[in-house]
Design a protein around this ligand. Structure first.
Ligand SMILES: Cc1ncc(COP(=O)(O)O)c(C=O)c1O
Length: 461
């Protein structure tokens, strides 16, 4: 990131604009307000998942088609949220709709395998260069089962993750994520801290976190764990972090992690729940050219239906084949999800689709970067494949510590409000990024940039 002069943003101006934009959004979402008042009587917090919460009320959606969604007030928006990155195929894609409709008439659940599940595994094996696959129903199930398989394979309990990374909501990985910053400890020996209550301390202690983009720190921690007779079963990580905005791997980092995990006989798991089918046809494996021992997928795999998958080497999946480790689930390989996944892989997420996504993202990032430069904002655009964001930080963010020290959360919040009030449905939360779909156009990207420029102008006027 080139060093350049940036403007000092007036905090009072951010507050004024935030207040104005909040009032505007509240006014245009009165139908959501009414639904929230009804929902909270029977649905905890008025939402199906705490990640859908928003103050003063969530925006309830009614419809989606291609790159667009409509909320219950009839507000039409271009969708850059795309279901936390699970709709890279776009909404109600005709090929997927047809495949699922056909399947609906043939029965949607047997708890017995179907041909589509076999075909999907064949595609995944080819794309992600791992021979053996199993299914789950979500990203959390995928990482949970992958960790159990790695533990069964190695006979070890401890696992290593990246500090600040999110890998789902089960106990093994709800550790050292959005935790009190003053308690994280020294980067050579980060504390293992639970993310919320209800997670047994014994489980928390088995999960050890290390900084992203620092293979030296990872290796030193692993060596100490070995000295303590706590050699890890696996390192589970995203090849590019997707929950601090986007943090790309620095050159040589993934290769160094691959080399050291291999040398120590530790299973390397790339959690590709977000990167998976979004940053290339073969995810991070294809994009960065580093081959892990296991991969976890979910989100965009099911093209809008719940699904997940785990891929691994023959040797590792032996522990599942010989039933030393049970990898099971009533809805695993659900026929409707598999029909959607197959149609998505075969008819939508083609090599041309990835060319289109790359071209869109280049345009969007270049447009945002031009605004950042024109208005001398403290930030930069970053992205890969279908994913990107503007990170409001005067310095490049490379890990959790630099994110916490530099990210301008108030500007992130204001950008979200500007988007929502001008027809851009964006992922809520200070840590998130946009996800494009194959149905987006250059005009859609330009609309996003136009809103960003309006905010930059208002902030600096
Ligand atoms: C990298 C990563 N892994 C796992 C998960 C969990 O997936 P799910 O919400 O489907 O359980 C997420 C969810 O955002 C994720 O980003």
């Amino acid at each position: 990131m080139a060093q350049r002069a940036v403007v000092e943003i007036d905090r009072k101006r951010i507050a004024e604009l935030t207040e104005r934009e909040e009032a505007k959004l509240n006014e245009s979402t009165q139908g959501s307000k009414r639904l929230f008042e009804r929902a909270r009587r029977s649905l905890t917090g008025g939402v199906p998942s705490s990640y859908h919460l928003r103050d003063p009320w969530p925006i309830y959606l009614a419809e989606g088609k291609g790159p667009r969604i409509w909320d219950v007030d009839g507000n039409e928006m271009l969708d850059f949220h795309n279901g936390f990155g699970s709709m890279v195929q776009g909404h109600a894609h005709p090929a997927i709709t047809e495949a699922v409709e056909t399947r609906l008439r043939l029965g949607t659940q047997f708890a017995a395998p179907t041909e589509d599940g076999v075909v999907v595994a064949e595609h995944l094996a080819e794309r992600f260069r791992l021979p053996k696959w199993r299914y789950t129903n979500s990203g959390s199930e995928s990482t949970m089962d992958a960790i159990r398989i790695a533990r069964g394979f190695t006979g070890r309990d401890t696992i290593v993750k990246i500090f600040g990374s999110y890998h789902g909501h089960h106990d093994y990985v709800m550790v050292s994520i959005g935790v009190p910053y003053d308690r994280i400890g020294d980067r050579e020996t980060y504390e293992s801290l639970p993310y919320g209550e209800g997670i047994p301390q014994a489980v928390v202690d088995m999960t050890v976190a290390v900084p992203f983009n620092d293979a030296g720190a990872m290796e030193r921690r692993i060596e100490r764990l070995i000295e303590e007779d706590r050699k890890p079963a696996c390192v589970i990580m995203e090849a590019a972090m997707m929950n601090l905005g986007i943090v790309l791997p620095e050159p040589g980092y993934l290769e160094a992690v691959r080399e050291l995990t291999e040398r120590h006989g530790i299973v390397l798991v790339f959690d590709e729940v977000k990167t998976g089918l979004c940053i290339a046809g073969g995810g991070a494996v294809e994009r960065f050219g580093v081959q892990p021992d296991m991969i976890t997928l979910a989100k965009s795999l099911g093209a809008g239906l719940p699904s997940g998958a785990i891929g691994a080497t023959e040797e590792i999946m032996q522990v599942v084949e010989n039933e030393r480790v049970y990898q099971v689930g009533t809805f695993n390989g659900n026929p409707a999800s598999m029909a959607a996944a197959r149609a998505g892989l075969e008819q939508v997420l083609t090599p041309e689709a990835y060319e289109h996504l790359d071209a869109l993202n280049d345009r969007l990032m270049a447009g945002c970067e031009a605004v950042v430069e024109k208005y001398s904002l403290p930030g930069y655009a970053v992205g890969v494949g279908a994913k990107g964001c503007v990170t409001f930080s005067p310095e490049k963010i490379v890990d959790y510590e630099t994110f916490k020290a530099n990210q301008d959360g108030e500007l992130m919040d204001l950008a979200w409000l500007y988007n929502m009030n001008r027809g851009i449905f964006m992922t809520p939360g200070r840590e998130e990024e946009w996800t494009l779909s194959v149905t987006h156009s250059f005009d859609d990207c330009d609309a996003f940039v136009g809103v960003f420029e309006e905010m930059a102008h208002d902030l600096t006027a």
